[in-house]
Design a protein around this ligand. Structure first.
Ligand SMILES: Cc1cc2nc3c(=O)[nH]c(=O)nc-3n(C[C@H](O)[C@H](O)[C@H](O)COP(=O)(O)OP(=O)(O)OC[C@H]3O[C@@H](n4cnc5c(N)ncnc54)[C@H](O)[C@@H]3O)c2cc1C
Length: 461
């Protein structure tokens, strides 16, 4: 191991665990959520505290090691790990502290959404984030963060108050509107480009029991449902977060056997309020659509809705992701979606449209790094299957689908819905008017591009 610090000295300073390829537990430690990605780091440092993170950053930088930051390990292209380098693994740092008076939640960077939801729910609170409880909060937040509460309360970054960060030179800083405001601006959408975030402080929002769940329609009705949903969304109260999906009914309980394997159009919603209000909010959509084949909306605790899909998506499946921001869903685009989903290579493969309107639009384009605040949806196409032999089919379907639909969409995409094979210019298109400023902040905080295992923002020239 190279570096000014010998490996043994480094090991003696780490309170957590260091794993190398010869250690028992290495394969388990390097495994990522996406089974399609198989990276073999030289070293995995499972940090026990911030001191370990500082030591690991210094060791990686001084040793010239390619260095990745791992939060929840859910990233599509596996950007929480790297081949032949150092992984700063934060998965043991899972503390959550709720302040019910200030209505804030302090979160360590190895937390999953489920960790945060569990802790906050006891106080009738929630941090707006994604829709699957196993997702890592750190990577999700730094990319932006969209979910059921987005329309009412904004992106996850719109609820971030401050972040503690270990910078590329090993310094520890707190970034907020008051301290290092340029860094705080860049962290809100700029991904893991600027340092290792070791603590997040969020504003929490009231959420206890919600009225939520899926409604499924036959694919033959998808055109009518998508048209109705498109008209409904701008009129729906912001307390309602309804996303649209094209997918296949899973061939397992609790789904009725007679519809297993059927392609469907789904609207999966969460109304953050009483059932009667939620039913009233959904009424215009129900009135404007054909009879569904399944309507499972009901009252449930918010964390229950957040973990509804967990059993269908265990760690280790093959995933291929493509994304886009979408402003308008035209009839022509709807036809493309329907014809592409009909060719999906597996039952788990899907397309989702997540609303990013409402409160997202009340934040200015230049107020955070995440700039596409005039979009209506963030689209994801995901080819998913348990069988590694399906990897080629999942990729070619995802690419074909994306090529067919992209002409109807905006140039950029949510960075957390990208793989590592995006065309030249996608990062620029994603950040748009904020890209150059991001490059300046990168130059100020990480001029040597030490943190480059990410959707990379190159330091300004
Ligand atoms: C099943 C599933 C459902 C999802 N649903 C949603 C959703 O509803 N909404 C949504 O917005 N996204 C969603 N995502 C996407 C998700 O936001 C990304 O996969 C995200 O990268 C996950 O973060 P992580 O911490 O688990 O990632 P990791 O794989 O651990 O890390 C990904 C990248 O984040 C950066 N990073 C991680 N931790 C830190 C840190 N502490 N400091 C600095 N950089 C760090 C690093 O650059 C790393 O390369 C979903 C993903 C999956 C797999």
């Amino acid at each position: 191991m190279s570096g000014t610090d010998s490996f043994e000295e480094f090991r003696s300073r780490i309170r957590g665990e260091i794993l190398t390829p010869s250690d028992a537990g290495y394969d388990e430690a390097r495994a990522l959520y996406n089974g399609m990605i198989d990276k073999r780091p030289r070293l995995i440092v499972r940090c026990a505290d911030v001191a370990d993170v500082i030591a690991a950053v210094n060791f990686g930088r001084e040793g010239g090691l390619l260095t990745a930051i791992r939060g929840g390990g859910h990233n599509g292209p596996g950007l929480g790990s790297c081949d032949d380098g150092l992984v700063i693994d934060l998965s043991r740092l899972r503390g959550v502290r709720v302040d019910p008076v200030a209505r804030t939640v302090r979160v360590e960077p190895g937390c999953t959404q489920g960790d945060v939801e569990h802790a906050a729910h006891a106080f009738g609170l929630a941090v707006p984030a994604g829709i699957v409880s196993t997702t890592g909060v750190a990577g999700l937040t730094l990319g932006g963060g969209t979910g059921y509460l987005t329309r009412a309360h904004g992106l996850t970054i719109d609820n971030l108050i401050e972040a503690d960060v270990v910078l590329a030179d090993g310094r520890f800083v707190t970034a907020s509107e008051q301290e290092h405001p340029d860094l705080f601006w860049a962290l809100r959408g700029g991904g893991g480009n600027f340092g290792v975030v070791v603590s997040f402080l969020y504003r929490a929002q009231p959420a206890t029991n919600v009225y939520g769940g899926p409604i499924f329609w036959k694919l033959a009705d998808a055109r009518a449902v998508m048209q109705a949903y498109r008209a409904f969304l701008p009129t729906a109260p912001e307390k309602l977060g309804p996303f649209l999906g094209l997918k296949t009914v899973p061939s397992c309980a609790p789904f009725p056997e007679e519809i297993w394997g059927e392609k469907i159009c789904a609207v999966i919603s969460c109304y953050n309020g009483p059932v009667a209000e939620g039913e009233a909010a959904m009424k215009p959509l129900r009135d404007a659509t054909p009879a569904p084949i399944l309507d499972w909306m009901g009252e449930m605790p918010f964390p229950a809705l957040q973990s509804l899909f967990d059993p269908l998506m265990p760690k280790g499946l093959q995933w291929y992701w493509k994304g886009d921001f979408v402003q308008e869903l035209t009839d022509a685009a709807i036809d493309v979606h329907i014809s592409q989903i009909a060719q999906a290579p597996s039952d788990l493969s899907l397309m989702h449209l997540y609303p990013i309107d409402g409160a997202v639009r009340r934040v200015g384009v230049g107020d955070t790094a995440w700039s596409t605040r005039d979009a209506t949806w963030s689209m994801v196409i995901a080819g998913i299957d348990p069988d590694p032999r399906m990897a080629g089919d999942l990729k070619s379907w995802g690419r074909r689908y994306w090529q067919a639909i992209h002409p109807y969409n905006l140039g950029g995409a949510y960075v957390n819905f990208m793989m590592d094979d995006e065309a030249e210019g996608r990062i620029e298109a994603t950040y748009g008017p904020n890209h150059q400023r991001l490059r300046e902040v990168k130059k100020a905080y990480d001029p040597a591009n030490f943190f480059r295992v990410n959707q990379n923002i190159r330091p300004a020239d």
